[in-house]
Design a binder for this molecule. Structure first.
Ligand code: ZN
Ligand code: ZN
Length: 251
């Protein structure tokens, strides 16, 4: 099954296109399961007046409303293209928060996202991540059926924690946490290849650990503009995972 579980629409500040146009590009590109995963802060701060407001209460109520409005829109898209592509309802969570800087974009503590099909969690290895490097506790609070760790060199992250990679990946598998492998090569990422992904596909040792642990790995282009999309790249890496005997989420 060819999957792409990482994409952005105009619900993200950094995304340009309508959900319709990115789904149509995925269909044309031979993608079978397509996840829309807009940034939580783009969705939550969807209205400029809210973005400017610092009234905690008002911000919070509207955050919930905008999350639901995004979810409802993705549901319409899912129905519209049913039979052509399986659309998954996702959200990408920034976990940066220091309470002061403009970069404090993490999900409000009690915002409910449990009704999404999945979430992607980013910045887990950053010093001001609200996860404090503990993906298991944070993942429980999110309560989505599955959750992915995005933009992270997992082998380096696990080594920095002093944990054993096989044991750590096995626990991820048990707790329905997958590793999102970012294969983007686009304007937003400055046409840069992600080294941890290249390392993984070059390393039979890493592949063996991942396969034995049973952790699922997803391929995500992390597209932000339809004109940058490279579905052949997504298909190629899906096929490489399948050839390695590694399962993807939603299989
Ligand atoms: Zn983005
Ligand atoms: Zn993204």
């Amino acid at each position: 099954m060819i999957q792409d579980l990482h994409s952005h629409t105009y619900y993200s500040f950094c995304g340009k296109d309508t959900p319709e146009s990115i789904v149509e590009a995925a269909i044309a590109g031979g993608i079978e399961v397509f996840g829309i995963s807009d940034h939580n802060y783009g969705i939550g701060y969807a209205r400029y007046d809210v973005f400017l407001s610092d009234e905690e209460q008002k911000l919070h109520k509207t955050y919930e409303r905008t999350l639901k409005r995004y979810f409802d829109h993705i549901n319409l898209i899912k129905e519209k293209y049913a039979g052509q592509i399986e659309v998954k309802r996702g959200i990408e969570l920034c976990t940066l928060h220091d309470g002061v800087s403009f970069r404090s974009h993490s999900l409000p503590d009690d915002a409910d996202i449990s009704y999404f099909d999945y979430c992607l969690i980013e910045n887990v290895d950053h010093p001001i991540s609200v996860t404090k490097g503990d993906i298991f506790t944070y993942r429980k609070r999110l309560a989505t059926p599955v959750a992915g760790i995005a933009h992270t060199d997992m082998f380096r992250f696990i080594r920095a924690l002093g944990e054993d990679p096989l044991a750590y990946f096995s626990r991820m598998a048990e707790e329905n946490i997958f590793w999102e492998m970012n294969v983007s090569y686009d304007s937003i990422h400055n046409y840069r290849i992600h080294q941890y992904m290249v390392d993984f596909f070059d390393s039979p040792e890493q592949q063996e650990i991942v396969r034995r642990s049973g952790v699922r790995v997803s391929i995500g282009f992390d597209g932000h503009r339809v004109e940058d999309y490279l579905p052949e790249r997504v298909r190629e890496y899906n096929d490489r995972l399948t050839a390695l005997g590694i399962l993807k989420p939603f299989e």
